[in-house]
Design a protein around this ligand. Structure first.
Ligand SMILES: [Mg+2]
Length: 217
């Protein structure tokens, strides 16, 4: 049985959805939690995963509210991330999926918690920028979710009822609620995790499965 979602545009999360960057990001994110806050590795992993999908500075603030070390910890994470993010590969099926969506005449956007110049450069380096109508990254006050969705709706005159958001985290699902339909990708989270969170819609195992669930309106 295939859920078929009719839409005009699809918005992809970046880390863990288009790019296979989560093992790297989790590794440095957990390292920072252990180094700055003295938590065990198991505790750090649990704290990282329960907030993944958010900008790292928010992950820190949610786990260690008002801690004086938060600014330094965030800076070190972002420094470690920028050093190696461009080495992180796309998933093997990502480019094919983008081409399939192009042939289906479905517009493609990126909405990410990674800084915008970083993602733009990432796709430029790989010669893939042309696949995207717009790439939206994080800056304080302009986040994945409501800010990005409202921007896409206003700037591109696309109703959110004609949009599907694809992400790999429970936070991504939360952020789609009240805006648009959602496809969850398994990896960090299982189908059961999405169901427990209240997502009754489409869940896939990889980016390569996404196009077959989408058809242009
Ligand atoms: Mg993600």
């Amino acid at each position: 049985m295939t859920d078929l979602l009719r839409c005009k545009a699809v918005i992809f999360d970046f880390d863990g959805t288009l790019a296979d960057s989560m093992p790297f990001l989790e590794m440095i994110g957990v390292q920072i939690f252990m180094k700055y806050y003295g938590v065990t590795k198991e505790d750090a992993i649990q704290r990282y995963r329960s907030t993944t999908g958010l900008p790292y500075e928010h992950q820190i603030e949610m786990n260690f509210p008002n801690n004086g070390k938060n600014k330094d910890a965030t800076e070190e994470f972002e420094h470690l991330k920028i050093e190696r993010i461009f080495e992180q590969e796309l998933f093997p099926e990502t480019e094919k999926a983008l081409k399939e969506l192009e042939s289906k005449k479905i517009d493609v956007f990126v909405s990410s918690s990674t800084f915008q110049p970083t993602i733009i450069k990432y796709f430029e380096k790989r010669g893939l920028s042309h696949h995207f109508k717009e790439i939206l990254g994080y800056r304080p006050g302009f986040e994945k979710g409501a800010d990005h969705f409202n921007h896409i709706s206003d700037e591109h005159q696309i109703s959110m009822k004609d949009v599907v958001f694809v992400g790999d985290s429970l936070k991504d699902f939360e952020r789609s609620q009240g805006f648009c339909r959602f496809i969850g990708i398994t990896g960090i989270f299982s189908q059961e995790d999405y169901r427990n969170k209240g997502h009754s819609g489409c869940v896939v195992n990889s980016i390569g499965e996404v196009p077959r669930h989408l058809e242009a309106v």
